[in-house]
Design a protein around this ligand. Structure first.
Ligand SMILES: Nc1nc2c(ncn2[C@@H]2O[C@H](COP(=O)(O)OP(=O)(O)OP(=O)(O)O)[C@@H](O)[C@H]2O)c(=O)[nH]1
Ligand SMILES: [Mg+2]
Length: 228
């Protein structure tokens, strides 16, 4: 079947299977966001994830830059954030090509720990520097006086911009910062759309790089042996 086909006005496009991981300190809201996206409702009590939880979900997305419709199947590994699960958790990174990296906007330590989470993700996924989104969770608690030590949106944005500046030219994707509330449903769908968009950008970029390498190898061979 052609990768792009018009059927009844709807473009059926490329199919993409994407393993993604949800990472960040224990209690920052990973499971709550996953549940919200899957329409499973919000729970006030904290039930920590043991090891990892798995869910899968499909979505369609029109990628503006390449003018292509994609059907994406996310395989979501929602990893336990508590330190005691580190050894088992590390096994789940392999093969991931996207990550939602969470901190809780009411918990500065969870923001400080992001660097380590991101390093681990890149070191262990087997693909190196692949897309991620920085998620500032629990935005409904923004400006709540019960949580005076909050991480401002500026920190998240500047961090994302810095990582983008370092990586964009070499890896072809941007890192976005987005604030979410699983409780109120804010930006829940958007998080996955943004990540999907950057995964597509990254996959296309790598593909293009491979093609360019092939062409330049062919040129070298024909320069050396082809032209007499
Ligand atoms: N107010 C508010 N509370 C939230 C939100 N998201 C999660 N919580 C609460 O934060 C606590 C932890 O949420 P979880 O989603 O279980 O956290 P987690 O990151 O999966 O934690 P681990 O599984 O231990 O890694 C729970 O009590 C949730 O009710 C949110 O958007 N707003
Ligand atoms: Mg969890």
């Amino acid at each position: 079947m052609s990768t792009r086909q018009a059927t009844g006005g709807k473009i059926l496009g490329h199919k993409l299977r994407a393993k993604i991981v949800l990472i960040g300190d224990g209690g920052v809201g990973k499971t709550a966001l996953r549940r919200a996206w899957l329409g499973e409702g919000f729970k006030t009590e904290y039930l920590m994830t043991i090891g990892a939880d798995f869910a899968s979900q499909e979505m369609s997305l029109y990628h503006q830059e390449t003018k292509t419709a994609y059907d994406i199947k996310f395989q979501i590994w929602d990893l336990a954030g508590q330190p005691r699960f580190k050894a088992v958790r590390d096994l789940y990174y392999r093969g991931a090509i996207g990550a939602l990296c969470f901190f809780d906007i009411t918990n500065q330590e969870s923001y400080m720990n992001l660097v380590e989470w991101i390093q681990n993700y890149w070191n262990l996924n087997g693909h190196g520097k692949v897309p991620l989104l920085i998620v500032g969770a629990k935005s409904d608690l923004r400006d709540n006086p019960a949580f005076p030590a909050q991480v401002t949106a500026r920190y998240g944005k500047e961090y994302a911009a810095e990582v983008t500046k370092l990586l964009k030219h070499k890896y072809g994707f941007s890192v976005h910062y987005i604030e979410t509330s699983a409780k109120e449903g804010t930006n829940v769908d958007k998080v996955f759309r943004l990540l999907a968009n950057e995964i597509i950008a990254s996959v296309n970029f790598q593909e293009q790089k491979r093609k360019n390498r092939k062409t330049s190898t062919r040129n070298i061979i024909s320069d050396r042996y082809g032209r007499r």
